[in-house]
Design a protein around this ligand. Structure first.
Ligand code: SF4
Length: 492
């Protein structure tokens, strides 16, 4: 009996509506611990490196990790991997919520999707039984509506990973959304467009397969022991989410301001912080599977077309991108922008990144009112950003160019606009300024998927969130200095 994993994945070909169960040798689990490691092995060995990411031949892999679904705190993740249409290289995006847990409970560790359906479909994988179902009723609908409708069609206990209109329209910064309005996102590198290119609206999973643990009693005992410590050390996340760090991040110089051009946003950081969200619009807290931290925030949307509805509150990256990056101090507009991205199925980092690029292009006269349909992209105007989001998702007007991501948009617009795109390998930079925590320069430059802040997470070691000794260094790092920073990023 395997422990932690099921030992098999299911491979689905949408072109001929076939599927097969595939046993995975234990040696591969021992080598890669499942997750994106095993996904990378599968993709490396079984796809052509020169493949067009939006062609039917580009496989995509949804994979759980070895610990996913066990009692280990926060062990909820699933990875989605494929060749990225945004960067043209290795694409990987990881998501929390309950999808990974439910996927493992189907009795499979993962799903490989190949081919392209001739009409919109969704995958319904329940107790190991697979159905390809017609998705015409949800095609064109947003991620909240899709999640609700597909749960009604399948099971209220099922979990849904779906795309919105952005993925359907092959927007290269489209993500895959989980959990309806309690949103979690496999946001980065445009994998929503890969699903869209396959006419695959959603994957819905449920099941009751056992997740075997070799020594479950010891795992539970350790989990019980460590949980109070986790709660004690993450109280800020519980109270205010990741956006609770906004003011500290601004003081450290880590917060990117005005498309990375300016260095101070003191009052704005306070006005757009997790603390301000808690004061003005917080409704409740929520958690991913098995997580005692509960960093998810449910808020009431106060502006825009969905005013009065309840939805996932903006996290740090979203507050930074739709706040400081465009000089917007209106936290309600940030919540609205976040909600729109979640509904349309857009990555909030890349979307805010390409929007900040558009503001600068507008300032320089490269984009005009004619291109934007009259929306004035003036710094500080959060309403304008909210106006651009549907245009990007639906590829309307200037949105059709921005939907290609910053690097491609600059190539199309020309006039030296490439000079003020902020990306690595085509992926918009996450909102941690390498001029504050200098290890992030090496981190961004070398991360496999492009400008990813998570691959090394080295700013955490630099800002003292944990001891650098974990990474083999004997004393704290000097902020803004360079000594040992490259080495540390490499180790991390
Ligand atoms: S609730 Fe927050 S801290 Fe907990 S697993 Fe989900 S994303 Fe991570």
């Amino acid at each position: 009996m395997p422990y932690g994993y099921n030992g098999k994945i299911i491979e689905i070909d949408l072109s001929n509506r076939s599927n097969k169960v595939r046993e995975i040798d234990e040696s591969l689990y021992r080598k890669f611990f499942a997750g994106s490691g095993l996904a990378s092995w599968l993709l490396y060995n079984e796809s052509d490196i020169n493949i067009d990411p939006l062609s039917p031949d580009n496989p995509m892999v949804f994979m759980t990790g070895l610990l996913t679904g066990t009692p280990v705190p926060t062990a909820c993740k699933a990875s989605v991997c494929s060749k990225s249409p945004l960067t043209g290289i290795w694409g990987e995006s990881t998501v929390g919520g309950f999808f990974g847990y439910k996927l493992k409970k189907t009795g499979f560790d993962g799903i490989i999707v190949r081919g392209k359906s001739d009409k919109p479909v969704y995958i319904w994988l329940n107790e190991g039984i697979l159905e390809l179902r017609d998705a015409s009723s949800v095609w064109g609908r947003d991620c909240y509506e899709t999640t609700e409708m597909l749960k009604n069609e399948t099971s209220q206990k099922a979990e849904v990973a779906c795309i919105g209109q952005a993925g359907e329209n092959l927007v290269k910064i489209a993500g895959i959304m989980i959990g309806g309005n309690e949103t979690r996102a496999a946001g980065r590198v445009g994998l929503g467009a890969v699903m869209g290119s396959k006419n695959l609206k959603a994957i819905v999973v449920d099941g009751n397969a056992p997740i075997n643990v070799f020594d479950l009693d010891s795992m539970r005992k350790l989990t019980k022991e460590i949980t109070p410590l986790i709660k004690q050390n993450t109280k800020g996340l519980t109270d205010f989410g990741t956006a609770g760090s906004m003011q500290a991040v601004e003081v450290n110089g880590d917060l990117p301001i005005k498309n990375w051009r300016e260095g101070s946003f003191e009052e704005g950081a306070m006005k757009t912080s997790g603390q301000m969200i808690a004061k003005t619009m917080l409704v409740s807290h929520y958690a991913c599977y098995g997580c005692p931290i509960r960093c998810g925030k449910m808020v009431e949307i106060k502006t825009g077309p969905y005013k009065g509805t309840k939805a996932h509150g903006p996290e740090y990256e979203t507050c930074a991108g739709f706040g400081a990056l465009i000089l917007n101090e209106d936290v309600y507009k940030i919540a609205e922008a976040n909600d729109l991205c979640n509904r349309f199925g857009l990555d909030t980092i890349s979307t805010s990144g390409v929007i900040a690029f558009a503001y600068e292009a507008y300032e320089k006269g490269i984009i005009t009112d004619k291109d934007t349909g009259g929306i004035k992209l003036n710094w500080g105007d959060g309403e304008a950003a909210c106006g651009l989001i549907p245009m990007i998702a639906n590829r309307q007007g200037i949105g059709n160019i921005l939907a290609e991501g910053s690097r491609n948009a600059a190539k199309i617009l020309g006039r030296n606009s490439i000079e003020f795109t902020v990306e690595v390998k085509g992926l918009e930079m996450a909102y941690h300024d390498p001029r504050a925590f200098t290890s992030m320069a090496g981190n961004y430059a070398t991360a496999n998927r492009g400008a990813c802040h998570l691959e090394a997470l080295s700013y955490f070691a630099e800002n003292g969130a944990y001891s650098p000794m974990i990474a083999g260094f004997d004393k704290p790092f000097e902020t803004h200095g360079f000594v040992n920073k490259g080495e540390m990023a490499a180790v991390m």
